[in-house]
Design a protein around this ligand. Structure first.
Ligand code: ADP
Ligand code: MG
Length: 697
């Protein structure tokens, strides 16, 4: 029974210019199961082609190779890997060791790829090294530091460690001096006692000294097959294997890779670090800004004061426009909104009486100060925490007021007392009585006011304001009689009666009611309360408008930043992809060596995946450390320019109620990114051609 048979092998190559070249032509030969078979022939005669075909480094154009009567040429990739790993050892002229790894690891590799335990692989490697008297101080040396003869002996031991049935040696002494050539040939000769060794050599002297059979080849054709001495010693015995649970050799190779491409890898870590930190800061901003500004928008002294009116829209005939008419709602219409009635004081709007207010300071008229009501100076209806200087007035009166910081700036930052206020409002009452067609009354007041306190309000869109007590104004309006109207009606008719009883579309009604929040502690429910109001009623206030404006601004800013964030992440993915692509393509030869030793695609993925994972993890950890420091710095700068404290708050520990959501999310994202960027080059780069990478040039 034939052990190894080549039957009618043909190999046709096509070079770059498209010219075909027949490297092997109908080549048939039968090999015994042991002995040293030399293939002898001129350069270019097809010797290496034969070895490449047997070692499954290349595939024949036609013909078949049989091992123990099974055709190995048609095996699937898994079987081929196992064959390369366990049944075949290959020695090249230029060694093809992993130059950055040490002697022991290089020799152990085929055993580790097979799945052996590290300890038993090491034991076997040392036994082999001792068997050829390899100097012990070299065991842990990088192969790059060895001499040619030492390298070749390491390569031979690597090819023997799995006890292969066949050893292929392509001019193993081609690069060695005479002494080393004999050392190497002695080892190979010894190995051929219980396995088939096929050796290619130019060296006639070596061939005639060591060969058991000489096969000569010319122009791809068999010339002669001359048996010198052949005895069948049987196959090498297959040693039992101690299997390992974990593959650690791939990690060792990743580590070397990381060290070797340090600059490239640091660039990757930096790119990932920058974009991760940036993303953390942006998510910190969108979270923190909403949180902080949500709180900040409440910091308006008249936040609890609203206006409610009825709006009716009338189409203008023959025009695309329509008119919105505002009116004070009727009592009936107000009845519907329960939640409003429970939470607010519903009062007449006395804005008509204060519409003619003028303020002057030191004889100079102040034009742009707003005169705004708060319900009372009671701690229940205004927030005393907003006061930065002074105290709330003890009683509700009109001669004491509260101003905001913006207003204080108008007085050069001083609290002044020469503030003078005058109110002037003229009301015309049309009687439809011919003798007295119109009755005119005047609401006139003039008094000095003092500033009791200054409040610190939300800075955004803030205008100078003076806050007065609504209750005090109401009392004044109740106690002030409209002289002429009273005479006409024949009873005491106050200014308050006027507002109270005037028609809902009368100017004196201010076309609305006032709502004052009963308990200022409820102000965070304001949005909820106001959402209960439905058309045709509508609610508004300066404070609510400002807080809505601020929120849309933040939303717009966050969306803009998120766009940048996506760009940053795309950029990072590209950088990672390019780095892992170059890591991979620069290592083509190394990958080819590993493949020729029988490792499969998933081992390769392991090596390069681990490498990107290390990059990823390092970046994530650095980003998690760096971003709080940066957010601290950014908050400090933002506070200086915006008066808002802690605008950036990165929700590390809990987000959306899930503990450690953000770090876990970032970690997962990075792992996926690393995985994809490892996979892309392996999938898209041209399939590595073993023959191309493993041809001695
Ligand atoms: P050698 O006997 O020197 O080892 P080879 O087996 O390497 O010869 O090559 C046999 C022939 O095939 C040579 O003429 C060589 O030029 C040709 N050949 C080998 N590889 C290729 C290739 N990839 N493309 C084209 N021609 C090739
Ligand atoms: Mg050759």
């Amino acid at each position: 029974m034939a052990f190894l048979e080549l039957r009618n092998l043909n190999k046709i190559y096509q070079n770059d210019k498209g010219i075909t070249q027949k490297a092997l032509s109908n080549f048939s030969v039968i090999f015994p199961s042991s002995g040293l078979i030399c293939i002898y022939g001129k350069s270019g005669s097809g010797k290496s082609t034969i070895l490449n075909l047997i070692g499954l480094i290349d595939t024949p154009s036609s013909g078949e190779i049989f091992l123990d009567n099974h055709s190995i040429t048609k095996w699937n990739e898994k079987k081929k890997n196992l064959f390369r790993n366990r049944d075949i050892g290959i020695i090249f002229q230029h060694y093809y060791l992993l130059e950055e790894e040490n002697v022991l690891l290089n020799i152990m590799l085929p055993m580790l790829i097979l799945g052996s335990k590290l300890s038993s692989a090491k034991e076997d490697a040392i036994t082999l090294l001792k068997g050829i008297n390899f100097p012990e101080y070299l065991y842990e040396k990088k192969c790059a530091d060895l001499s040619g003869g030492e390298k070749q002996r390491v390569a031979i031991l690597r090819s023997l460690i799995n006890n292969p049935k066949i050893l292929l040696a392509d001019e193993p002494t081609g690069a060695l001096d005479e002494k080393n050539s004999h050392l190497v040939m002695d080892i190979i000769k010894k190995a051929s006692r219980n396995r088939l060794v096929i050796l290619i050599s130019h060296n006639e002297e070596l061939v005639s000294k060591y060969a058991d059979r000489i096969i000569t080849i010319q122009d791809g054709k068999l010339q002669s097959n001359q048996i010198i001495k052949e005895e069948n010693n049987g196959l090498p015995f297959v040693k039992p294997l101690k299997m390992s649970m974990f593959k650690t050799w791939t990690n060792t190779l990743s580590k070397t890779n990381l060290k070797k491409g340090l600059k490239r890898n640091l660039l990757g870590i930096f790119a990932l670090l920058v974009s991760l930190t940036f993303s953390l800061l942006i998510s910190g901003f969108s979270y923190g800004a909403k949180h902080v500004l949500n709180q900040e928008t409440f910091n308006q002294f008249d936040y609890g004061c609203l206006t409610i009116c009825k709006e009716t829209t009338k189409k203008i005939e023959g025009s695309p426009l329509s008119i919105v008419q505002q009116m004070r709602p009727t009592q009936d219409e107000m009845k519907g909104v329960d939640i409003i009635k429970q939470s607010f004081f519903i009062e007449n709007n006395l804005d008509s009486l204060t519409s003619g207010v003028t303020l002057s300071y030191d004889g100079i008229k102040l034009d742009n100060i707003m005169y705004c009501p708060v319900y009372s100076f009671d701690e229940k209806t205004v927030d005393p925490n907003l006061i930065s200087t002074g105290t709330l007035p003890k009683t509700n009166n009109l001669v004491e007021v509260i101003i905001n910081e913006k207003c204080k700036e108008m007085f050069n930052g001083e609290i002044v007392n020469q503030l003078h206020l005058s109110m002037n409002y003229e009301y015309y009452y049309y009687t439809q009585d011919e003798r007295n067609p119109v009755i005119i009354d005047n609401w006139i007041y003039d008094f000095d006011v003092s500033i009791a306190a200054v409040v610190h309000e939300l800075d955004f869109l803030s205008t100078p304001k003076i806050f007065f007590s609504y209750i005090a104004l109401q009392e004044l309006a109740m106690n002030t009689i409209m002289k002429n109207r009273s005479i006409y009606e024949g009873l005491n008719y106050s200014w308050f009666d006027l507002v109270n009883h005037c028609p809902n579309n009368d100017q004196a009604s201010s076309y609305s009611y006032r709502l004052f929040l009963k308990d200022i502690a409820d102000k965070e429910y304001m949005k909820f309360y106001t959402s209960a109001v439905r058309a045709p009623l509508s609610i508004y206030s300066g404070a609510l408008t400002i807080s809505e404006a601020l929120f849309s601004l933040i939303d717009a800013a966050t969306i803009g930043m998120e766009l940048f964030l996506i760009l940053a992440l795309v950029g990072t993915s590209l950088i990672l992809g390019i780095i892992s692509f170059s890591n991979y393509t620069l290592d083509k030869r190394k990958i080819a060596i590993l493949r020729s030793l029988g490792s499969n695609q998933s081992d390769i993925l392991d090596i390069y995946g681990t490498q990107s994972l290390v990059l990823g993890f390092t970046s994530v950890v650095s980003a998690l450390i760096l971003s709080p420091l940066l957010s601290y710095l950014a908050n400090w700068i933002l506070l200086k320019y915006t008066n808002f404290n802690n605008l950036i708050q990165i929700p590390f520990f809990s987000f959306l109620g899930i503990p450690l959501f953000l770090p876990i999310l970032i970690l997962l994202f990075t792992i996926i990114l690393c995985f994809i960027s490892t996979l892309i080059p392996i999938v898209f780069s041209k399939k590595i051609c073993l023959k191309e990478e493993l041809t001695d040039k």
